[in-house]
Ligand binder design. Structure first.
Ligand code: AMP
Length: 210
């Protein structure tokens, strides 16, 4: 099964995607993680997109599409995949439709106050990218990843000015995708204002493993 996880930043897409990836044996493809990895390794792509990510703006459709198309050609996508953070604009969604891939779109619903509380308290493992929240989902040992012991950090774009900008960008550029996919009959809403373990239970009922 192929999935697109659609929703504002902080909706819990990444957290659920990691759990579904493990349970369903399909890769989580996070365009944001791909960019952050390139920034960390100071690649040409990383240098090009760093300022955009830091400010909370969007990378150009052309660059994102090339990365996604390349990634989907890899062997591990044969039995399915989860696109976490793509598409984010109508042109990206239209380009993806042209690939003719059957996909289920999961729309993460959560209100603004909770998004801000989640993002401003989010910490990410430098090593394995696992997500924590110092308020709602703290690690067992402060500052350390439960899974690999890696150091936890705050993403540059989880600072308040960037959060506000990312939410504006989401409402303007990405939210129209809900209508786009509704018209195509591909969208399923999920209430992601709850603990991620409950969201996973719903997800498994909606999309039983084949
Ligand atoms: P995320 O980790 O999904 O919140 O993505 C972090 C940042 O990466 C975003 O704020 C954008 O700057 C960039 N990004 C990730 N995915 C996309 C996309 N599909 N289109 C444009 N920019 C993206």
């Amino acid at each position: 099964m192929n999935f697109i996880f659609l929703g504002p930043p902080g909706a819990g897409k990444g957290t659920l995607a990691a759990q579904v990836a493990e349970e369903y044996g399909i890769p989580q493809i996070s365009t944001g993680d791909i960019f952050r990895e390139n920034i960390k390794n100071q690649t040409e792509l990383g240098k090009k997109v760093k300022a955009i990510l830091d400010s909370g703006g969007l990378v150009s459709d052309e660059v994102v599409l090339e990365i996604v198309e390349d990634r989907l050609k890899k062997d591990d996508c044969k039995n399915g995949f989860i696109l976490d953070g793509f598409p984010r604009t109508i042109p990206q969604a239209e380009a993806f439709e042209k690939l003719g891939i059957d996909v289920k779109v999961v729309n993460f619903e959560v209100d603004n106050d909770l998004i801000i509380a989640r993002l401003s308290n989010r910490r990410v493992c430098k090593n394995c990218k696992a997500n924590y929240n110092v308020k709602f989902m703290p690690p067992k040992v402060e500052g350390k990843c439960d899974k690999c012991g890696g150091e936890l950090f705050t993403r540059e774009d989880d600072k308040l000015e960037s959060i506000t900008h990312r939410l504006e960008v989401y409402r303007k550029e990405t939210e129209p995708l809900i209508e786009f996919y509704k018209k195509l009959g591909k969208i399923t809403d999920i209430d992601s204002a709850r603990d991620s373990s409950l969201v996973l239970v719903d997800f498994k009922k909606l999309f039983p493993k084949k």
